[in-house]
Design a protein around this ligand. Sequence first.
Ligand SMILES: [Zn+2]
Ligand SMILES: [Zn+2]
Length: 125
Amino acid sequence: MARDEYGSEIGGDDEMNCVRCGHESGYNRAVIDRFSGAKIGHLCMNCEREEFGNVLEYSTRGDDECVLCERDGQIELPRFVPVERQVGETVVVESEIEDGTAPRLCDEHFHAITEAERLRPVLDR
Ligand SMILES: [Zn+2]
Ligand SMILES: [Zn+2]
């Protein structure tokens, strides 16, 4: 029984992969379905840069819209931030989902990034 001894909801025992490249990546952002609250996976730093550049970093507008269009944001992309915790004599660093307003994507734009792998252009001439 692997249990996170701190009872943290995002303990190190979840092995979610990047929703775009599918690799188990260093945490960058969580991908969360706002309606069910379910965590869908992660978005790694490389994929964020490739898909969005700096858009997500500057997109905390505090409203419910997708960062790329005007539709309702269904998917939330909060950042993971390292948090230092004092545990007995030692300080441990854990990742936590950042508080505050996270950038959002509508379902269409979310699918656009998760399906990017097979939509990648194949040059044939
Ligand atoms: Zn990735
Ligand atoms: Zn959108």
